[in-house]
Design a protein around this ligand. Structure first.
Ligand code: FES
Length: 349
């Protein structure tokens, strides 16, 4: 059965299948609604529920409290049971180009180890796809003995001008279906995979002239790579950019050479790889230049690098704890929360 979803304040009407979430139906029809995790945990997609019947699906009780369930819904979980009217908080950048979500098939062309427990996956799509630098795809993990088909979300690391060759960075999570049970196990070059997207609201504010402070924890570097390359190679950003990438040791960092080359080539771009468990002495002993790294947690290095960050823009991506502590450091340096954009890993597995 199909129902009509009316999205206020736009007054747009779209069709939604009974087994489809309101968010999916809207994104696939080019109506952009705020969202981040798409799995009922972050509450970014919470909307006023004005009329009609829905099934709240997998909305978690902390993202959508019991007392809210009569008036609000999570568009990423709610499925219609009649025609429905919602009012979304469309606090969206006017300039943001909307690329409708669609399904794609891709062929794996590269699958390589790039750091400890970290792989690069490159997929050639069956056709071109538009997206904003920073957005992500859902990759379908095939059904196996451990369970039915599931999806896992990974950010594009390639700039959006590269419309058919998508690059992803994947960290192995012990026992994780997507990483341990698939990308680090059965997946191989030449195989076909299914994916859908683009999703997410963590995007580079193109044309901005604020100094961008970017922090990528682990494979949180992926969307940063897309943004930095788009900014520098395609001239899509006016301000300075400083990128912090954190790892325990150099064995955990990757694409250092790529960012160093960009740093050489583009004035206004600074790359700060940070090592939390390696000392300058150890780096020097292996013949590397110790001055090319920061030492300590990324947050410590940022704190030491800057007295004040007012007027800058922050971009944070990584595990929730890292994002939270980076947020605190930026705010302690006088950056307002509204100038800080964040993407947490919700289902890194
Ligand atoms: Fe819906 Fe996170 S709860 S996008």
């Amino acid at each position: 059965t199909r129902y009509t979803i009316t999205v206020e304040p736009l007054g747009r009407e779209i069709e939604c299948d009974e087994d489809q979430t309101i968010l999916e139906a809207c994104l696939r029809n080019g109506v952009w609604l705020p969202h981040s995790c798409t799995h009922g945990t972050c509450a970014t997609c919470k909307s006023e529920w004005l009329d009609g019947e829905v099934d709240h699906g997998q909305a978690s009780s902390f993202a959508l409290m019991d007392f809210e369930r009569e008036e609000k819904l999570l568009t990423c979980c709610a499925k219609p049971r009649s025609d429905v009217t919602i009012e979304a908080d469309l606090d969206v950048d006017e300039d943001l180009e909307v690329f409708p979500v669609d399904d794609y098939t891709g062929t794996v062309t590269v699958l390589e180890d790039i750091a400890t427990d970290t792989r690069r996956l490159v997929v050639e799509l069956d056709r071109e796809m538009g997206f904003n630098a920073g957005q992500y795809m859902k990759l379908l993990v095939p059904a196996c003995a451990d369970g039915p088909e599931v999806d896992r979300t990974y950010s594009m690391a390639n700039p959006p001008t590269q419309t058919r060759t998508l690059e992803f960075h994947i960290r192995k999570v012990e026992g994780g279906r997507g990483s341990d049970g698939w990308v680090f196990k059965d997946l191989a070059v030449g195989q076909q995979i299914r994916l859908s997207g683009p999703y997410g609201r963590f995007v580079l504010k193109t044309g901005d002239d604020r100094h961008g402070i970017m922090v990528g924890g682990g494979t949180g570097l992926a969307p940063m790579k897309s943004m930095v390359r788009h900014a520098l190679e395609n001239g899509e950003y006016e301000g300075e950019l400083t990128l912090y990438a954190g790892g325990r040791s150099r064995a955990w960092l990757y694409d250092v050479d790529v960012f160093r080359a960009l740093e050489e080539e583009h004035e206004g771009f600074t790359f700060r790889p940070c090592l939390s468990d390696e000392t300058p002495e150890e780096v020097a002993a292996s013949g590397d230049d110790p001055d090319r790294y920061g030492y300590g947690l990324v947050t410590d290095v940022i704190a030491a690098d800057h007295d004040k960050l007012s007027g800058c823009a922050g971009y944070l991506c990584g595990p929730p704890l890292m994002v939270e502590s980076a947020l605190k450091v930026l705010m302690s340096k006088r950056l307002f929360p509204r100038d800080i954009y964040r993407e947490d890993f919700f289902n890194e597995a």
